[in-house]
Write a protein that binds this ligand. Structure first.
Ligand code: 5GP
Length: 367
């Protein structure tokens, strides 16, 4: 039995080491990057944060908010072709192009048919092909077919966690490989199957492999705070995909609910009577795309041969998404001044990490 015994790390196992730097302030750094690709000959100007193509985060509303900050979005697969075409038409009028939008696809014949309908309009040029297990031969075949059909498209494909598979996907037509199996906030793959790899180590190995053959990676899942996004870029990710950090907002999908609970405080009404203080709180549902709930909502029930690999959570409602996006970008700018990186692209070059046992002081809670 082979055991890979080199240490595998998550974002929470490391911290960035600050460095003397000539950067005077956060305004001296540039979070935008000019992306050029292996196959697609378009250039993108963006900060490589991508909204996950989950039903709750790959919404048109989140896509709009992301583009306002030069961020990207992968639309979820549950919009109809016509809904996507209508959105892309409007979006092109508003933002001048659909360069920051990925249309998502699975690997079935009907997925290809729907993708073809959208691509034929020439409104979309970025495709995100994803399956839970990127080691399936269907993914490689599908990537080849999509590259053959749309030679100029920007193709992102995944998910895998090893360098060899990143190289293969890129050599077969992907520009960007999406990496991550099991790190997601509402993912239970590791629990159910025992399969996965800590995301920080995944990013380091996959970025190195992808860059070696002229490709890029998108680190998908596992970011819980802006600092994790910074660590991911520093580890070599060209793009970072976020689900949970963007969920629970006004622009996110998912059912809202209101709950009433006791605060634990007591109001004295008079000397003999007191009243419990109640508070009302709003929640928004967020769920994994292979959770039983998602399969019931979007595929008419959990198939017998499939197990649920995702969970459902109710997040306290967070209001509009813009402040969250600004906090992430603010965190990145500050990180860049700490490590002396003037440009987003320089982050890995400027970064070195400490391996740590504890990164946060939680004496007053986890906030
Ligand atoms: P997060 O940013 O929430 O940590 O991770 C988001 C990523 O989790 C998504 O982009 C997707 O790759 C992954 N994901 C979403 N739903 C599920 C699910 O039901 N099961 C698994 N295994 N992964 C999921």
């Amino acid at each position: 039995m082979r055991i890979h015994d080199d240490i595998q790390l998550d974002y929470c196992d490391v911290l960035l080491r600050p460095k003397r730097s000539a950067l005077a302030s956060r305004s001296a750094v540039n979070v935008l990057r000019e992306y050029t690709f292996k196959w697609c000959n378009r250039t993108l100007n963006a900060t490589g944060i991508v909204a996950a193509n989950m039903y709750t985060t790959g919404t048109f509303e989140i896509a709009r908010a992301m583009q306002k900050q030069n961020l990207l979005a992968a639309l979820h697969k549950h919009y109809s072709a016509q809904e996507i075409i209508d959105f892309l038409t409007e979006n092109k009028k508003e933002f001048g192009s659909n360069d920051l939008i990925f249309v998502s696809s699975g690997v079935s014949d009907s997925d290809f048919g729907k993708l073809t309908t959208v691509m034929n309009t020439k409104l979309a040029q970025n495709i995100c092909i994803d399956v839970a297990n990127g080691y399936s031969p269907y993914l490689m075949d599908f990537v080849r077919k999509v590259r053959h059909t749309w030679p100029d498209a920007l193709i992102m494909a995944g998910n895998v966690v090893t360098g060899d598979m990143c190289e293969d996907l890129i050599l077969n037509g992907a520009d960007i490989v999406k990496v991550g199996i099991g790190p997601g906030s509402v993912c239970t793959t590791r629990k159910l199957t025992g399969v996965g790899r800590p995301q920080f180590s995944t990013v380091i190995e996959c970025a190195d492999a992808a860059h070696g053959v002229g490709g890029m990676i998108c680190a998908d899942g596992g970011c819980t705070v802006p600092g994790d996004v910074c660590k991911s870029f520093c580890a070599g990710a060209d793009f970072v995909m976020l689900g949970g950090m963007l969920a629970g907002h006004e622009e996110s999908g998912g059912e809202m609910s209101t709950k009433i609970f006791q605060t634990g405080e007591v109001n004295m009404v008079d000397d003999e009577h007191c009243a419990m203080v109640l508070a009302e709180k709003q929640y928004k549902k967020f769920y994994g795309m292979s959770s039983a709930y998602a399969q019931e909502q979007h595929y008419g029930g959990l198939k017998k041969y499939r197990a649920s690999e995702g969970k459902v959570v109710e997040l306290p409602f967070r209001g509009p998404i813009e402040p969250t996006l600004l906090a992430i970008l603010g965190g990145m700018r500050s990180c860049m001044t700490y490590i002396g990186a003037k440009r987003l692209k320089d982050m890995p070059k400027c970064a070195s990490f400490y391996r740590v046992n504890r990164q946060l002081n939680t004496i007053f809670g986890n906030e």
